[in-house]
Design a protein around this ligand. Structure first.
Ligand SMILES: C[S@@+](CC[C@H](N)C(=O)[O-])C[C@H]1O[C@@H](n2cnc3c(N)ncnc32)[C@H](O)[C@@H]1O
Length: 287
């Protein structure tokens, strides 16, 4: 069956995007490396062998999640994003409605929020607001008897001037307020492979993508990891382009998150043609 949705993951630095001639995006979603340096696994049981401090430190103690965490260039990142975001529309939206202006969503650590906002401003993304994601679990098990443990994730929405495209019509056909907090529901492992240590749930990404884009729009994830954003886009019929430097994540993402078989199944499931329905009807009549 015909499918017009493009889902492309490149095993390359987003800094090399020019090679691939990708289109501009209505939405850029990025989960930037947390630059946690040597403390990526702090408060997490993986710091110790079998999660028990009596066993001594594991090989993850004092490590960053990956070496790319240490040399991520936030200035390059914002250069890329402002170059690849759609242009600002000349006209605003109708009275009381948002325009078609593009948006960026950057997942980051709480401590990185001021940096993201400031870098955004330097690159012409003059406006921003925070998003908070609420979890009912925490990985900070080892500090649980000493402090309040973190059970939230953060992101920043950035835009240039006009409020970005905004879909807030609910299933009842009415406009709804959308609060700046969301439930962080973990994906079921049966439905989505677990590939990356900081993988974002596809269902959370889908909710954000639905709000800021329409079917057929382009989304880019410059630091795609497991390709969770690409998978979310495929399921919502948005075109999506992603970059991931690490060969291992790239291979796993291609095999387990956005393989041809998975994408075929998603698109075929959605694109039931009139011919299919007629065929089904005639089979049913024969019974
Ligand atoms: C925080 S992770 C993203 C995880 C992803 N959101 C997910 O759900 O799986 C950031 C990823 O960016 C990759 N990365 C870092 N710098 C990059 C660059 N310049 N170009 C492309 N990928 C990069 C890292 O290898 C890492 O896998």
């Amino acid at each position: 069956m015909k499918n017009n949705v493009k889902i492309e993951l490149y095993n390359d630095h987003f800094e090399n995007a020019k090679r691939y001639g990708i289109p501009h995006a209505q939405l850029i979603i990025a989960d930037i490396p947390y630059n946690l340096g040597n403390n990526a696994y702090a408060s997490n049981p993986s710091w110790y062998i079998d999660g028990d401090n009596k066993n001594g430190e594991s090989k993850l103690a004092g490590k960053s999640f990956f070496d790319t965490d240490n040399d991520f260039k936030i200035n390059n990142f914002f250069d890329f994003c402002t170059r690849y975001l759609n242009k600002e529309p000349k006209k605003g939206g109708e009275r009381g409605k948002s325009s078609n202006a593009p948006a960026m969503i950057v997942f980051c650590a709480f401590e990185q929020i001021p940096l993201v906002v400031e870098q955004g401003k330097k690159h012409g993304l003059l406006h921003s607001y925070p998003l908070v994601f609420i979890k009912n679990f925490s990985s900070q098990v080892l500090k649980a008897n000493m402090k309040i443990v973190g059970a939230t994730e953060y992101a920043v929405v950035l835009y240039r001037d006009k409020l970005p495209k905004f879909n807030n019509i609910g299933e009842d056909g009415k406009n709804h307020m959308i609060f700046n907090w969301f439930d962080w529901k973990r994906d079921s492992k049966k439905e989505y492979a677990k590939i990356h240590p900081t993988q974002k749930p596809v269902n959370v990404l889908k909710r954000l993508i639905e709000i800021f884009t329409d079917e057929g729009d382009v989304v880019i994830d410059p630091v795609a990891g497991s390709a969770s954003t690409l998978r979310a886009c495929a399921e919502l019929k948005r075109n999506c382009y992603g970059f991931e430097i690490k060969k291992d994540f790239y291979n796993k993402a291609k095999e387990q998150m956005i393989s041809d078989e998975i994408l075929d199944e998603i698109f075929n499931k959605r694109q039931v043609t009139i011919e299919d329905l007629m065929e089904e009807l005639s089979q049913w009549k024969k019974q």
